[in-house]
Write a protein that binds this ligand. Structure first.
Ligand SMILES: [Zn+2]
Ligand SMILES: [Zn+2]
Length: 455
């Protein structure tokens, strides 16, 4: 039965309304409603690759008509971390709302640089937060908690109102050896639980995978093993935002007598932001991309963009032998320290074959025994442990397709959490005073982002 709710929450209401990221992986845009006010958490894009042509991926943004019409009561935009599925649409959409944007130093730095790279204007009003800090946004009080993930300065949000408290996990994993930043601290989350959480909005990406998510530290032995035996150039494809991965591999490269180069703009931007924050080891011998080709092959390790087979990215140019700085030969090795995003399998396997056609050896998680990549998201046992720590009254699974959300909800209930609300983008999750879902509360959808397609 549909509840007859107003478009705006009252003083006793605490609402959650996802416009993106609930029923899909990507394009996260969450709204929290209370006391006739709204708070936005994240503003991301969705990237859809073309599986057959390898054409430029289609970039999509959420349909935001609901919050566009409520912009006068939008109290703030909180960006949890520097992944495109959480901030990528912000610079394109911000002028609709002109509302203060909050995030950590690294996250805001990435937002600024990426906007400029794409010829966009970053938001005028960006305010830096720090771990442990409390910020106030109208009726919403927010504590920014450090949370281990696969990019630096990721924040989980404890959002308190007079009607109740939401714990928004952001993307997360329990990493004991994250390589950058502090390890996962269970005590911090037990304290949040003790203060009382009405609803836990939780990452569902790996909810169908049993066990615990592996640590970022687990990739060290495999990379060491490869570098100990290689005499040619080593190229590494990995996600540009994984600064811990870049730092770990670059440090091993230095110990193997190799300079470290970068091919690809998005890698250069992420590394610049990381250097600014002091996240990269001072022993790393960086070499300009223009000079990489002139160095002896056994003295070079190169990070390259395009591990998903994107046309025009550095790995694709290397595979086509059309990169202006480097040509690969027999004896060179390309390591894929990355997973294949579902849908990209064909394009990535074609990239493997093209690189092998040049005589290079391709090493990837599918053909190498040691760990070359770990996920930044929680598996079943991470979720179970977190639910024991937070002990919320309700779990709201997000950041997943329907099967992921469902698996996460089942885990929560089996842990003794009294309620799990299962819904999708556009559904209104009423947390207080009475937990329920209003299906199809507002229109949602995806729109192509033209300015990205030109780049
Ligand atoms: Zn995400
Ligand atoms: Zn993320």
């Amino acid at each position: 039965m549909q509840l007859n709710v107003d478009r705006n929450p009252g003083i006793n209401d605490l609402w959650f309304l996802p416009l993106g990221g609930c029923g899909e992986i990507g394009m996260n845009l969450n709204l929290i409603g209370h006391n006739s006010e709204w708070l936005m958490v994240d503003c991301g894009i969705n990237i859809t690759s073309s599986p057959l042509s390898g054409a430029q991926p289609l970039i999509e943004i959420p349909f935001t008509d609901f919050i566009d019409k409520q912009k006068s009561v939008l109290q703030g935009i909180l960006i949890t971390h520097a992944h495109e599925d959480h901030f990528g649409a912000l610079s394109s959409l911000w002028s609709r709302w002109r509302c203060p944007v909050f995030g950590t130093s690294f996250t805001l730095s990435v937002i600024r640089r990426k906007a400029l790279m794409r010829g966009l204007t970053p938001p005028d009003l960006m305010l830096e937060t720090k771990f442990g800090e409390r910020t106030q946004h109208g009726s919403f009080s927010v504590i920014w908690h450090p949370m281990t993930h696969s990019t630096p300065e990721n924040c989980a949000l404890e959002i308190t109102t007079s009607a109740g408290t939401i714990f928004h996990s952001s993307d997360w994993k329990m990493d004991k050896y994250p390589q950058i930043g502090k390890s996962f601290r269970p005590k911090r989350f037990a304290s949040i639980g003790k203060r009382g959480v009405d609803a836990f909005i939780c990452d569902s990406t790996n909810a169908q995978d049993p066990g615990f998510s592996a640590s970022e530290g687990d990739i060290v032995p495999g990379i060491r093993q490869i570098l100990a035996n290689e005499r040619g150039r080593v190229i590494v494809g990995c996600f540009s935002s994984n600064i811990a991965r870049i730092n770990t591999i670059a440090k091993i490269a230095v110990k193997s007598g190799r300079y470290v180069g970068l091919l690809g703009r998005s890698l250069s931007i992420m590394v610049e932001c990381a250097k600014e924050r002091g996240y990269l080891d001072s022993s790393i011998n960086w070499v300009d991309s223009e000079h990489i080709g002139y160095l002896p092959k056994n003295e070079v390790l190169i990070f390259a963009t395009g591990s998903q087979g994107e046309l025009g990215a550095a790995l694709s140019k290397l595979a086509m032998d059309s990169h202006r700085s480097v040509s690969l030969d027999a004896g060179d090795t390309v390591i894929f320290s990355s997973s294949i995003i579902p849908g990209n399998e064909f394009v990535v396997s074609r990239l493997f074959h093209k690189l092998e056609g040049l005589g290079a050896t391709v090493v990837h998680p599918g053909n190498f025994d040691e760990t070359l990549h770990v996920s930044g998201h929680p598996c079943e046992h991470d979720l179970r442990q977190m639910y024991q720590l937070i002990q919320p009254k309700i779990v709201i699974p997000v950041h997943g397709e329907y099967s992921h959300l469902n698996a996460n909800a089942d885990i929560a209930l089996s842990c003794g959490i009294p309620n799990a609300l299962r819904g999708m983008n556009g559904d209104l999750f009423c947390i207080r005073p009475k937990p329920t879902i209003v299906k199809g509360f507002t229109k949602v959808g995806r729109l192509p982002l033209p300015e990205f397609r030109k780049k």
